[in-house]
Design a protein around this ligand. Structure first.
Ligand SMILES: C[S@@+](CC[C@H](N)C(=O)[O-])C[C@H]1O[C@@H](n2cnc3c(N)ncnc32)[C@H](O)[C@@H]1O
Length: 218
């Protein structure tokens, strides 16, 4: 198995074997609905080369691979946890248009302008503010001009239910990176990064937002 890349990010090797069973419970079975904007964008656009950052066990990456297979496109899923990637690779079987790499999001080993589109679901609350900016800058670098990047993640809560869910996550996992997202630091990191701005295109359960970022054409 590949070695873990050095990162301060909270990697999930310790739950790799049970992640697929636990994750729907954590999100009240809403994960498909929350990921829908990501899939919809890929379905409706003509993107060919896609990057999934912090892909975990690759469930969404494989759905993307199925869409892209119809137009000869490919998707790369990256995660810093070798055991999560091992599960993803097992699930991928012999599919030829998907690759999973053990890689830290803040140090992507891909050339400039390699991808048409990128996305990330529930990854940014696993890294601190500095790494958020670094990972966003890396995503910007590997995107082609005109490409977009979609983020689904914990955001500043907008309802009582949202506040309860978001703060429970923070207290349960004692995860400062979740507090950062609750306090709006993911938005701040996007604004500080090379992307510079975002559009919030959806909001779920009062605490999960979908942000669309663009690498402006020039
Ligand atoms: C909550 S999971 C999300 C997985 C998947 N995107 C999903 O929606 O189910 C967050 C993932 O981020 C990974 N991670 C943490 N720090 C990372 C880093 N610096 N670079 C890449 N992945 C990292 C963890 O190993 C974990 O698999």
């Amino acid at each position: 198995m590949a070695l873990s890349p050095l990162t301060r990010g909270r990697t999930l090797d310790h739950v790799a074997a049970v992640y697929d069973a636990l994750s729907p419970l954590m999100l009240f079975g809403q994960e498909q609905r929350m990921a829908r904007p990501c899939l919809q964008y890929i379905r409706e656009s003509s993107v060919h080369a896609v990057l999934d950052v912090g892909c975990g066990t690759g469930t969404l990456t494989l759905e993307i691979a199925a869409i892209l297979a119809q137009r000869g496109g490919t998707v790369v899923g990256v995660d810093a946890a070798p055991k999560m990637i091992a599960v993803a690779r097992r699930k991928a079987g012999a599919r030829s248009n998907v690759r999973f790499d053990v890689v830290a999001a803040e140090a992507l080993p891909y050339g400039d302008e390699s991808f048409d589109h990128g996305l990330s679901t529930f990854f940014f609350h696993h890294i601190d503010f500095q790494l958020k900016v670094k990972a966003l800058d890396e995503a910007f670098r590997v995107l082609k001009p005109g490409g977009s990047f979609v983020i689904v993640d914990v955001d500043t809560p907008t309802s009582l239910f949202g506040r309860i869910c978001a703060w429970s996550g923070y207290y349960l996992f004692k995860q400062e990176e979740i507090r950062e997202n609750i306090e709006g630091k993911l938005r701040l990191a996007i604004e500080k990064s090379l992307f510079g701005s975002f559009k919030r295109v959806a909001h779920y359960q009062g605490y999960v937002s979908v942000f669309q970022l663009s690498r402006a054409d020039y």
